[in-house]
Ligand binder design. Structure first.
Ligand code: EPU
Length: 420
Protein backbone atom coordinates (compact mmCIF):
# COMPACT_ATOMS: atom_id res chain seq x y z
CA UNK A 1 0.00 0.00 0.00
CA UNK A 2 1.16 3.53 -0.72
CA UNK A 3 -0.22 7.04 -0.74
CA UNK A 4 -1.54 8.15 -4.14
CA UNK A 5 -2.39 11.61 -5.45
CA UNK A 6 -5.62 11.79 -7.45
CA UNK A 7 -6.56 14.73 -9.63
CA UNK A 8 -9.85 15.32 -11.39
CA UNK A 9 -8.72 17.40 -14.33
CA UNK A 10 -10.42 20.03 -16.42
CA UNK A 11 -11.20 22.62 -13.72
CA UNK A 12 -10.00 26.15 -14.44
CA UNK A 13 -7.78 27.56 -11.69
CA UNK A 14 -7.96 31.08 -10.31
CA UNK A 15 -6.41 33.02 -7.47
CA UNK A 16 -3.10 33.68 -5.77
CA UNK A 17 -0.29 31.40 -4.68
CA UNK A 18 2.79 32.24 -2.61
CA UNK A 19 6.00 30.46 -3.48
CA UNK A 20 7.99 28.86 -0.63
CA UNK A 21 11.70 29.13 0.14
CA UNK A 22 13.99 27.49 -2.41
CA UNK A 23 14.44 23.76 -1.84
CA UNK A 24 17.86 23.62 -3.47
CA UNK A 25 19.08 26.54 -1.34
CA UNK A 26 17.54 25.17 1.87
CA UNK A 27 19.15 21.75 1.50
CA UNK A 28 22.56 23.44 1.38
CA UNK A 29 21.87 26.15 3.98
CA UNK A 30 20.99 23.58 6.67
CA UNK A 31 24.34 21.70 6.38
CA UNK A 32 26.14 25.08 6.05
CA UNK A 33 24.67 26.27 9.37
CA UNK A 34 26.75 23.75 11.34
CA UNK A 35 29.90 25.65 10.35
CA UNK A 36 28.89 28.36 12.85
CA UNK A 37 29.78 28.23 16.52
CA UNK A 38 26.41 29.60 17.63
CA UNK A 39 22.72 29.39 16.70
CA UNK A 40 21.72 30.09 13.10
CA UNK A 41 18.11 31.09 12.44
CA UNK A 42 16.75 30.38 8.97
CA UNK A 43 13.32 31.55 7.85
CA UNK A 44 11.33 30.59 4.78
CA UNK A 45 11.98 26.87 5.26
CA UNK A 46 9.78 24.87 2.85
CA UNK A 47 7.71 22.00 4.29
CA UNK A 48 9.33 19.16 2.38
CA UNK A 49 10.60 15.70 3.28
CA UNK A 50 14.20 16.63 2.37
CA UNK A 51 14.18 19.15 5.24
CA UNK A 52 12.86 16.51 7.67
CA UNK A 53 15.70 14.17 6.67
CA UNK A 54 18.34 16.88 7.01
CA UNK A 55 17.01 17.74 10.49
CA UNK A 56 17.29 14.06 11.37
CA UNK A 57 20.95 14.17 10.29
CA UNK A 58 21.48 17.30 12.41
CA UNK A 59 20.10 15.45 15.43
CA UNK A 60 22.49 12.53 14.79
CA UNK A 61 25.26 15.12 15.04
CA UNK A 62 23.86 16.32 18.37
CA UNK A 63 22.91 19.66 16.84
CA UNK A 64 19.94 21.28 18.55
CA UNK A 65 17.13 21.90 16.07
CA UNK A 66 14.18 24.06 17.08
CA UNK A 67 11.22 24.39 14.76
CA UNK A 68 9.45 27.70 15.36
CA UNK A 69 6.22 28.02 13.41
CA UNK A 70 5.80 26.48 10.01
CA UNK A 71 8.85 27.93 8.25
CA UNK A 72 11.37 28.94 10.88
CA UNK A 73 14.30 26.81 12.04
CA UNK A 74 16.92 27.49 14.70
CA UNK A 75 20.03 25.34 14.27
CA UNK A 76 22.37 25.39 17.23
CA UNK A 77 25.62 23.47 16.69
CA UNK A 78 27.16 24.55 20.04
CA UNK A 79 27.27 20.99 21.42
CA UNK A 80 27.67 19.12 18.17
CA UNK A 81 29.72 15.96 17.77
CA UNK A 82 31.22 14.69 14.51
CA UNK A 83 29.34 11.38 14.33
CA UNK A 84 29.68 9.01 11.35
CA UNK A 85 26.67 9.54 9.06
CA UNK A 86 25.68 5.98 8.22
CA UNK A 87 21.94 6.04 9.08
CA UNK A 88 19.18 5.55 6.50
CA UNK A 89 18.22 9.25 6.41
CA UNK A 90 21.55 10.00 4.68
CA UNK A 91 20.57 7.95 1.63
CA UNK A 92 17.06 9.42 1.33
CA UNK A 93 18.25 12.57 -0.42
CA UNK A 94 21.10 13.74 -2.55
CA UNK A 95 21.85 16.92 -0.61
CA UNK A 96 23.09 14.99 2.43
CA UNK A 97 26.43 15.22 0.59
CA UNK A 98 26.67 18.85 1.69
CA UNK A 99 27.63 17.50 5.12
CA UNK A 100 30.83 16.30 3.42
CA UNK A 101 31.93 19.89 2.82
CA UNK A 102 30.67 21.32 6.09
CA UNK A 103 31.99 18.55 8.39
CA UNK A 104 35.31 18.41 6.55
CA UNK A 105 35.55 22.22 6.81
CA UNK A 106 34.76 22.25 10.52
CA UNK A 107 36.50 19.09 11.80
CA UNK A 108 38.90 17.99 9.04
CA UNK A 109 37.12 14.65 8.96
CA UNK A 110 33.86 13.16 7.72
CA UNK A 111 32.61 9.64 7.26
CA UNK A 112 29.28 9.17 5.55
CA UNK A 113 27.25 6.88 3.35
CA UNK A 114 26.69 7.49 -0.33
CA UNK A 115 23.88 10.07 -0.77
CA UNK A 116 20.59 9.15 -2.50
CA UNK A 117 18.11 11.38 -4.36
CA UNK A 118 16.34 11.30 -7.71
CA UNK A 119 17.70 8.93 -10.34
CA UNK A 120 18.30 11.09 -13.40
CA UNK A 121 20.94 8.84 -14.97
CA UNK A 122 24.47 8.67 -13.51
CA UNK A 123 25.20 11.50 -11.04
CA UNK A 124 28.91 11.28 -10.17
CA UNK A 125 30.50 13.38 -7.42
CA UNK A 126 34.06 13.24 -8.73
CA UNK A 127 34.32 17.05 -8.87
CA UNK A 128 33.40 17.39 -5.18
CA UNK A 129 36.11 14.85 -4.34
CA UNK A 130 38.63 16.54 -6.62
CA UNK A 131 37.94 19.81 -4.80
CA UNK A 132 38.37 18.29 -1.32
CA UNK A 133 41.63 16.68 -2.44
CA UNK A 134 42.89 19.98 -3.83
CA UNK A 135 42.37 21.46 -0.34
CA UNK A 136 44.56 18.71 1.13
CA UNK A 137 42.03 15.98 2.05
CA UNK A 138 42.51 12.25 1.54
CA UNK A 139 39.36 10.55 0.25
CA UNK A 140 38.65 6.82 0.51
CA UNK A 141 35.48 5.00 -0.52
CA UNK A 142 34.90 1.60 1.05
CA UNK A 143 31.87 -0.49 1.97
CA UNK A 144 29.47 2.16 0.64
CA UNK A 145 31.01 4.96 2.77
CA UNK A 146 33.17 7.96 2.03
CA UNK A 147 35.96 8.63 4.50
CA UNK A 148 37.44 12.09 4.01
CA UNK A 149 40.26 13.34 6.22
CA UNK A 150 42.66 16.27 6.28
CA UNK A 151 45.34 17.15 8.83
CA UNK A 152 44.77 20.70 7.73
CA UNK A 153 42.99 22.29 4.81
CA UNK A 154 44.95 24.76 2.71
CA UNK A 155 43.41 27.05 0.09
CA UNK A 156 44.10 26.21 -3.54
CA UNK A 157 43.00 27.01 -7.09
CA UNK A 158 40.34 24.58 -8.28
CA UNK A 159 39.04 24.44 -11.84
CA UNK A 160 35.73 22.60 -12.22
CA UNK A 161 35.51 20.71 -15.53
CA UNK A 162 31.72 21.11 -15.31
CA UNK A 163 30.05 24.07 -13.56
CA UNK A 164 28.48 21.82 -10.92
CA UNK A 165 26.09 23.31 -8.36
CA UNK A 166 26.84 20.66 -5.75
CA UNK A 167 30.63 20.75 -6.18
CA UNK A 168 30.71 24.57 -6.05
CA UNK A 169 28.74 24.68 -2.78
CA UNK A 170 30.60 21.75 -1.21
CA UNK A 171 34.02 23.25 -1.98
CA UNK A 172 32.90 26.66 -0.68
CA UNK A 173 31.88 25.08 2.63
CA UNK A 174 35.06 23.01 2.95
CA UNK A 175 37.17 26.12 2.26
CA UNK A 176 35.71 28.65 4.74
CA UNK A 177 38.10 27.57 7.51
CA UNK A 178 41.00 26.58 5.20
CA UNK A 179 44.26 28.41 5.49
CA UNK A 180 44.67 31.11 2.84
CA UNK A 181 42.72 31.63 -0.37
CA UNK A 182 40.69 29.12 -2.36
CA UNK A 183 39.66 30.05 -5.89
CA UNK A 184 36.94 28.07 -7.67
CA UNK A 185 37.10 28.60 -11.42
CA UNK A 186 34.24 27.66 -13.74
CA UNK A 187 32.04 27.79 -10.64
CA UNK A 188 28.29 27.30 -11.08
CA UNK A 189 26.29 30.56 -11.01
CA UNK A 190 22.87 29.39 -9.75
CA UNK A 191 21.02 31.80 -7.39
CA UNK A 192 21.12 29.09 -4.69
CA UNK A 193 24.92 29.41 -4.65
CA UNK A 194 24.64 33.13 -3.95
CA UNK A 195 22.20 32.33 -1.12
CA UNK A 196 24.65 29.92 0.52
CA UNK A 197 27.52 32.41 0.12
CA UNK A 198 25.32 35.09 1.70
CA UNK A 199 24.66 32.88 4.73
CA UNK A 200 28.36 32.04 5.07
CA UNK A 201 29.31 35.72 4.85
CA UNK A 202 26.71 36.66 7.48
CA UNK A 203 28.39 34.07 9.70
CA UNK A 204 31.72 35.84 9.14
CA UNK A 205 33.17 33.97 6.15
CA UNK A 206 34.90 35.80 3.31
CA UNK A 207 33.34 34.49 0.12
CA UNK A 208 33.50 36.76 -2.94
CA UNK A 209 32.22 36.36 -6.49
CA UNK A 210 29.26 34.01 -5.88
CA UNK A 211 26.98 34.31 -8.90
CA UNK A 212 29.97 34.68 -11.26
CA UNK A 213 32.17 31.88 -12.57
CA UNK A 214 35.09 32.72 -10.24
CA UNK A 215 34.54 32.44 -6.50
CA UNK A 216 37.24 33.21 -3.95
CA UNK A 217 37.13 32.11 -0.34
CA UNK A 218 39.60 33.56 2.16
CA UNK A 219 39.80 31.28 5.19
CA UNK A 220 38.77 32.62 8.61
CA UNK A 221 39.24 31.25 12.15
CA UNK A 222 35.73 31.49 13.54
CA UNK A 223 32.15 31.77 12.35
CA UNK A 224 29.23 32.92 14.46
CA UNK A 225 25.45 32.41 14.42
CA UNK A 226 23.23 34.68 12.31
CA UNK A 227 19.75 35.21 10.83
CA UNK A 228 18.94 34.34 7.24
CA UNK A 229 15.89 34.36 4.98
CA UNK A 230 15.89 31.89 2.07
CA UNK A 231 15.36 33.08 -1.51
CA UNK A 232 12.10 32.03 -3.23
CA UNK A 233 12.05 28.70 -5.04
CA UNK A 234 12.48 29.52 -8.74
CA UNK A 235 11.56 25.96 -9.77
CA UNK A 236 8.34 25.96 -7.74
CA UNK A 237 7.54 29.42 -9.16
CA UNK A 238 8.24 28.17 -12.68
CA UNK A 239 6.03 25.14 -12.11
CA UNK A 240 3.15 27.44 -11.11
CA UNK A 241 3.73 29.67 -14.15
CA UNK A 242 3.41 26.56 -16.33
CA UNK A 243 0.28 25.50 -14.43
CA UNK A 244 -1.19 28.98 -14.94
CA UNK A 245 -0.48 28.88 -18.67
CA UNK A 246 -1.96 25.37 -18.91
CA UNK A 247 -5.21 25.72 -17.00
CA UNK A 248 -5.81 29.00 -15.17
CA UNK A 249 -7.97 31.95 -16.10
CA UNK A 250 -5.72 34.17 -14.00
CA UNK A 251 -3.04 33.12 -11.53
CA UNK A 252 -1.06 35.57 -9.42
CA UNK A 253 2.20 34.09 -8.22
CA UNK A 254 3.73 35.88 -5.23
CA UNK A 255 7.24 35.77 -3.73
CA UNK A 256 9.08 35.32 -7.02
CA UNK A 257 12.33 36.83 -8.30
CA UNK A 258 11.35 37.04 -12.00
CA UNK A 259 14.99 37.55 -13.01
CA UNK A 260 15.70 33.98 -11.83
CA UNK A 261 13.16 32.71 -14.37
CA UNK A 262 14.19 34.65 -17.45
CA UNK A 263 14.97 31.60 -19.59
CA UNK A 264 11.54 30.08 -18.84
CA UNK A 265 9.61 33.34 -19.22
CA UNK A 266 11.14 34.12 -22.61
CA UNK A 267 10.25 30.61 -23.86
CA UNK A 268 6.69 31.01 -22.59
CA UNK A 269 6.42 34.34 -24.37
CA UNK A 270 7.59 32.61 -27.54
CA UNK A 271 4.83 30.03 -26.98
CA UNK A 272 2.31 32.86 -26.77
CA UNK A 273 1.59 32.78 -23.04
CA UNK A 274 0.20 36.04 -21.67
CA UNK A 275 1.98 37.21 -18.51
CA UNK A 276 2.55 40.37 -16.50
CA UNK A 277 5.87 40.49 -14.70
CA UNK A 278 5.99 42.56 -11.50
CA UNK A 279 8.82 43.23 -9.04
CA UNK A 280 8.17 40.07 -7.05
CA UNK A 281 5.03 38.73 -8.71
CA UNK A 282 4.05 37.09 -11.97
CA UNK A 283 0.49 37.18 -13.28
CA UNK A 284 -0.20 34.46 -15.80
CA UNK A 285 -3.28 33.91 -17.93
CA UNK A 286 -4.29 30.58 -19.45
CA UNK A 287 -3.70 30.90 -23.15
CA UNK A 288 -5.21 29.11 -26.14
CA UNK A 289 -3.30 28.63 -29.41
CA UNK A 290 0.11 27.97 -27.91
CA UNK A 291 3.01 27.54 -30.33
CA UNK A 292 5.59 24.74 -30.08
CA UNK A 293 9.13 25.73 -29.05
CA UNK A 294 12.57 24.15 -28.67
CA UNK A 295 14.57 24.20 -25.46
CA UNK A 296 18.07 23.07 -24.52
CA UNK A 297 18.83 22.80 -20.81
CA UNK A 298 22.02 24.51 -19.62
CA UNK A 299 23.51 25.59 -16.29
CA UNK A 300 22.08 28.89 -14.98
CA UNK A 301 21.24 31.33 -16.53
CA UNK A 302 20.38 28.81 -19.26
CA UNK A 303 17.12 26.88 -19.28
CA UNK A 304 16.85 24.91 -15.98
CA UNK A 305 16.79 21.12 -16.36
CA UNK A 306 14.39 21.03 -13.38
CA UNK A 307 11.78 22.92 -15.43
CA UNK A 308 12.00 20.97 -18.67
CA UNK A 309 9.77 18.21 -17.27
CA UNK A 310 6.80 20.44 -16.27
CA UNK A 311 7.19 22.45 -19.51
CA UNK A 312 6.99 19.27 -21.61
CA UNK A 313 3.35 18.98 -20.50
CA UNK A 314 2.55 22.44 -21.84
CA UNK A 315 4.26 21.49 -25.11
CA UNK A 316 1.74 18.67 -25.56
CA UNK A 317 -0.91 21.41 -25.75
CA UNK A 318 0.99 23.56 -28.25
CA UNK A 319 0.54 23.63 -32.01
CA UNK A 320 3.26 21.85 -33.97
CA UNK A 321 6.49 20.24 -32.88
CA UNK A 322 8.47 21.06 -29.76
CA UNK A 323 11.91 19.72 -28.85
CA UNK A 324 13.58 19.29 -25.46
CA UNK A 325 17.28 18.50 -25.23
CA UNK A 326 18.69 17.96 -21.73
CA UNK A 327 22.44 18.49 -21.77
CA UNK A 328 22.76 18.06 -17.99
CA UNK A 329 20.82 14.82 -17.63
CA UNK A 330 20.30 13.12 -21.01
CA UNK A 331 18.23 10.40 -19.30
CA UNK A 332 15.81 12.80 -17.58
CA UNK A 333 12.86 11.81 -19.77
CA UNK A 334 10.89 9.32 -17.68
CA UNK A 335 7.98 11.77 -17.60
CA UNK A 336 7.58 11.34 -21.37
CA UNK A 337 6.71 7.65 -20.99
CA UNK A 338 4.09 8.59 -18.41
CA UNK A 339 2.66 11.38 -20.59
CA UNK A 340 2.30 8.92 -23.46
CA UNK A 341 0.00 6.84 -21.22
CA UNK A 342 -2.20 9.96 -21.06
CA UNK A 343 -2.29 10.41 -24.84
CA UNK A 344 0.74 12.61 -25.54
CA UNK A 345 2.70 11.97 -28.74
CA UNK A 346 6.39 12.05 -27.80
CA UNK A 347 9.47 10.41 -29.21
CA UNK A 348 12.57 10.24 -27.05
CA UNK A 349 16.01 9.38 -28.33
CA UNK A 350 19.58 10.44 -27.69
CA UNK A 351 18.90 12.84 -24.81
CA UNK A 352 16.16 14.60 -26.75
CA UNK A 353 12.36 14.51 -26.83
CA UNK A 354 10.18 15.49 -29.76
CA UNK A 355 6.65 16.43 -28.76
CA UNK A 356 3.87 16.66 -31.35
CA UNK A 357 0.89 18.75 -30.32
CA UNK A 358 -1.72 19.59 -29.57
CA UNK A 359 -3.06 16.35 -28.09
CA UNK A 360 -5.83 16.11 -25.52
CA UNK A 361 -4.69 14.29 -22.36
CA UNK A 362 -6.83 11.71 -20.59
CA UNK A 363 -6.64 10.57 -16.97
CA UNK A 364 -4.44 7.50 -16.41
CA UNK A 365 -2.41 5.71 -13.76
CA UNK A 366 1.04 7.27 -13.85
CA UNK A 367 4.02 7.43 -11.58
CA UNK A 368 6.21 10.19 -10.24
CA UNK A 369 9.49 8.47 -11.08
CA UNK A 370 11.45 11.49 -9.82
CA UNK A 371 10.59 14.84 -8.24
CA UNK A 372 10.11 16.96 -11.37
CA UNK A 373 8.49 14.07 -13.23
CA UNK A 374 6.00 14.16 -10.35
CA UNK A 375 5.44 17.89 -10.95
CA UNK A 376 4.89 17.17 -14.63
CA UNK A 377 2.30 14.50 -13.75
CA UNK A 378 0.45 17.01 -11.54
CA UNK A 379 0.34 19.58 -14.37
CA UNK A 380 -0.86 16.87 -16.76
CA UNK A 381 -3.48 15.68 -14.27
CA UNK A 382 -4.85 19.22 -13.94
CA UNK A 383 -5.53 19.50 -17.66
CA UNK A 384 -6.53 15.90 -18.40
CA UNK A 385 -10.08 14.63 -18.81
CA UNK A 386 -11.20 12.37 -15.97
CA UNK A 387 -9.12 11.32 -12.98
CA UNK A 388 -5.34 10.89 -12.98
CA UNK A 389 -3.76 8.70 -10.30
CA UNK A 390 -0.13 9.41 -9.42
CA UNK A 391 1.95 6.86 -7.50
CA UNK A 392 5.39 7.24 -5.83
CA UNK A 393 4.29 10.64 -4.55
CA UNK A 394 7.05 10.65 -1.93
CA UNK A 395 9.22 12.11 -4.71
CA UNK A 396 6.84 15.10 -4.97
CA UNK A 397 6.78 15.50 -1.18
CA UNK A 398 10.58 15.68 -1.16
CA UNK A 399 10.55 18.96 -3.02
CA UNK A 400 7.20 20.78 -3.25
CA UNK A 401 5.92 22.50 -0.12
CA UNK A 402 2.17 21.96 0.47
CA UNK A 403 1.50 21.44 -3.23
CA UNK A 404 -1.95 19.88 -2.74
CA UNK A 405 -3.11 22.68 -0.45
CA UNK A 406 -1.81 25.42 -2.75
CA UNK A 407 -3.60 23.84 -5.73
CA UNK A 408 -6.83 23.28 -3.78
CA UNK A 409 -6.83 26.96 -2.86
CA UNK A 410 -6.73 27.74 -6.58
CA UNK A 411 -9.74 25.53 -7.28
CA UNK A 412 -8.08 22.24 -8.25
CA UNK A 413 -9.75 18.92 -7.40
CA UNK A 414 -6.82 17.08 -5.88
CA UNK A 415 -6.79 14.59 -3.02
CA UNK A 416 -4.84 11.67 -1.55
CA UNK A 417 -5.87 8.05 -1.10
CA UNK A 418 -4.17 4.88 -0.03
CA UNK A 419 -3.85 2.33 -2.84
CA UNK A 420 -1.64 -0.25 -4.51
N1 EPU B 1 28.61 16.27 -12.48
C1 EPU B 1 29.72 15.49 -12.65
N2 EPU B 1 30.56 15.33 -11.57
C2 EPU B 1 30.32 15.92 -10.37
C3 EPU B 1 29.16 16.71 -10.21
C4 EPU B 1 28.32 16.86 -11.29
O1 EPU B 1 29.98 14.95 -13.72
O2 EPU B 1 31.12 15.74 -9.45
C5 EPU B 1 27.68 16.46 -13.63
C6 EPU B 1 26.29 15.87 -13.36
O3 EPU B 1 26.24 14.52 -13.69
C7 EPU B 1 25.41 16.75 -14.25
C8 EPU B 1 26.11 18.11 -14.22
O4 EPU B 1 27.44 17.85 -13.78
O5 EPU B 1 25.43 16.27 -15.56
C9 EPU B 1 25.49 19.13 -13.29
O6 EPU B 1 25.30 18.58 -12.01
P1 EPU B 1 25.26 19.46 -10.69
O7 EPU B 1 26.35 18.99 -9.80
O8 EPU B 1 25.21 20.90 -11.06
O9 EPU B 1 23.88 19.01 -10.06
P2 EPU B 1 23.57 18.67 -8.56
O10 EPU B 1 24.28 19.62 -7.68
O11 EPU B 1 23.72 17.21 -8.33
C10 EPU B 1 21.57 20.33 -8.47
C11 EPU B 1 20.13 20.26 -8.03
C12 EPU B 1 19.32 19.48 -9.07
C13 EPU B 1 19.47 20.15 -10.42
C14 EPU B 1 20.96 20.28 -10.80
C15 EPU B 1 21.21 21.03 -12.08
C16 EPU B 1 20.32 20.22 -5.64
C17 EPU B 1 20.20 19.46 -4.38
N3 EPU B 1 20.05 19.57 -6.75
O12 EPU B 1 22.03 18.98 -8.53
O13 EPU B 1 17.99 19.56 -8.64
O14 EPU B 1 18.80 19.39 -11.40
O15 EPU B 1 21.67 20.97 -9.73
O16 EPU B 1 20.71 22.30 -12.00
O17 EPU B 1 20.63 21.39 -5.63
C18 EPU B 1 15.75 18.86 -8.46
O18 EPU B 1 15.58 19.86 -7.74
O19 EPU B 1 14.81 18.16 -8.92
C19 EPU B 1 17.12 18.51 -8.82
C20 EPU B 1 17.46 17.32 -9.30
Amino acid sequence: MQELIKIEGGHRLNGEVTVSGAKNATVALIPAAILANGPVTIVGIPQIADVDNLCQILRLLNVEVTVVGPDHLIIDPTHMTNTDLVAGCVTKLRASYYFMGSLLGKYGHVRMRMPGGCYLGPRPIDLHIKGFEALGAKVRFEKGCYDITADRLVGNKIFLDIASVGATINIMMAAVYAQGRTTIENAAKEPEIIDVATLLNKMGARVRGAGTNVITIDGVNALSGCFHEIIPDRIEAGTFVVIGAACADHLKIRNVIPQHLESLLSKLEEMGVRMEIGVDTIDVYGTENLKGVDIVTKPYPGFATDLQQPLTVLMTQAQGESHVRDTLYPERFKHCQELEKMGAVIEVSGGEAEIKGPTPLGGAEVQASDLRCGAAMVVAGLIANDVTTISNVYHIDRGYSELDLKLKNLGAKIWREMGE
